[in-house]
Write a protein that binds this ligand. Structure first.
Ligand SMILES: C[S@@+](CC[C@H](N)C(=O)[O-])C[C@H]1O[C@@H](n2cnc3c(N)ncnc32)[C@H](O)[C@@H]1O
Length: 261
C-alpha cells in the first residue's frame, strides 16, 4: 500500500508547522501563520503594485512561500533558506501542494550578494533579520533587489545600547535549533535603525504593525514599504495622464517616461 502523506512526511521529522493537503494533515503541531501574507497582499492591492515575482528570505518549511505562491497573479516565488533539512521539508510541502512556481535554494544570508540574483517585484523577509550578526548589510541589499515593495517582520531592540557603523541596536546570544541563525551572536536593530536604513535605501514605509506585547524578551513589528523609484514613477504617471490627451494605457506611460528623462 502507498504510504500516506503524513507517513511520508514523518521521514523528514522534526517538523514545526502543521500542514493540510487534500484533507490530510501532516508536519508538526504549530498552527500556520497567515496574517503576515494577508497584510502583505492587502498593501500590494491597496497600492496596486504589480507583484508577480517574490523573493522570500529565511523560507523555513515553506509556510509563507506556499501562501505567496498560491495568491492569484503570483508567477514565481524563490525561497532562500540556510538549513538543508528545512529545505527538504519545504520541497515536500511544494510537492504536496503541487506548486511548480516555487524554487528553494540553500543559502546562508549572512553572505548574501544581490548581484547573484535577478530583481524581484517584492521581497518578503519574515523572522530572519534578528538572527543575523550583520542585519544592517542585508536591508540595503533587500532594497536593491526589490522592484516594488518589501515586507519585513522582525523583533527589534527597544533599548539599544550598542552602535555598529552608525546603526543602533544590541548584541544578543543567538540560540541554536532549526529556527535560529548561524553565528554565535546576532544584532537586534532598533526600530529607528530599521526605519532609517529603509529610508536611506529608497524604501517608503506605508504600514507598521506593532505587535504590542513583547514576544519573549523583545518587541516585534511588521513593516510594509514601497520602493521610492516606484513611488516616483506612479506620481509622474498620474501627473502625465492628467496633462496628456494620449490614452492612459499607452500615452500616459510614454508621457511619464518623457517626464522622467
Ligand atoms: C524564525 S524562523 C522564521 C521562518 C519564517 N520565515 C517565518 O516567518 O515563519 C528563521 C528562519 O531563517 C533561517 N535562517 C536563520 N539564519 C539564516 C541565515 N543566515 N541564512 C539563511 N537562513 C537563515 C532559519 O533556518 C529559519 O528557517
Amino acid at each position: 500500500m502507498t504510504p500516506s502523506l503524513a507517513e511520508r512526511a514523518r521521514a523528514l521529522d522534526p517538523w514545526w508547522f502543521q500542514f493540510e493537503a487534500d484533507g490530510e494533515t501532516f508536519g508538526g503541531e504549530v498552527p500556520r501563520d497567515t496574517s503576515r501574507t494577508a497584510t502583505f497582499f492587502e498593501w500590494v492591492e491597496k497600492l496596486q503594485l504589480p507583484v508577480r515575482t517574490i523573493l522570500e528570505l529565511g523560507s523555513h518549511e515553506g509556510n509563507h512561500t506556499l501562501q505567496l505562491a498560491s495568491h492569484p497573479g503570483v508567477e514565481k516565488v524563490v525561497g532562500l533558506e540556510g538549513r538543508s533539512d528545512n529545505i527538504a521539508r519545504a520541497n515536500f510541502v511544494k510537492a504536496a501542494f503541487d506548486l511548480p512556481s516555487i524554487e528553494f535554494h540553500e543559502h546562508n544570508l549572512e553572505h548574501f550578494d544581490p548581484a547573484d540574483w535577478p530583481r524581484f517585484d517584492a521581497v518578503f523577509c519574515s523572522g530572519l533579520l534578528y538572527h543575523l550578526p550583520n542585519p544592517w548589510e542585508l536591508l540595503p541589499k533587500i532594497a536593491r533587489l526589490a522592484r516594488h515593495c518589501v515586507l519585513v517582520d522582525t523583533l527589534y531592540s527597544e533599548w539599544p545600547r550598542d552602535l555598529v557603523e552608525r546603526t543602533a541596536g544590541q548584541w544578543c546570544n543567538e540560540p541554536t535549533g532549526a529556527l535560529a541563525g548561524f553565528s554565535e551572536r546576532s544584532f537586534l536593530l532598533s526600530f529607528k535603525s530599521i526605519a532609517m536604513l529603509m529610508m536611506e535605501h529608497g524604501l517608503v514605509v506605508h504600514h507598521v504593525t506593532d505587535y504590542g506585547q513583547p514576544r519573549g524578551k523583545h518587541h516585534r513589528i511588521l513593516i510594509f514599504a514601497e520602493k521610492t523609484e516606484a513611488v516616483r514613477w506612479k506620481h509622474w504617471r498620474s501627473k502625465a495622464q492628467s496633462t496628456t490627451k494620449e490614452t492612459p494605457e499607452e500615452g500616459g506611460d510614454n508621457a511619464a517616461k518623457r517626464a522622467l528623462k
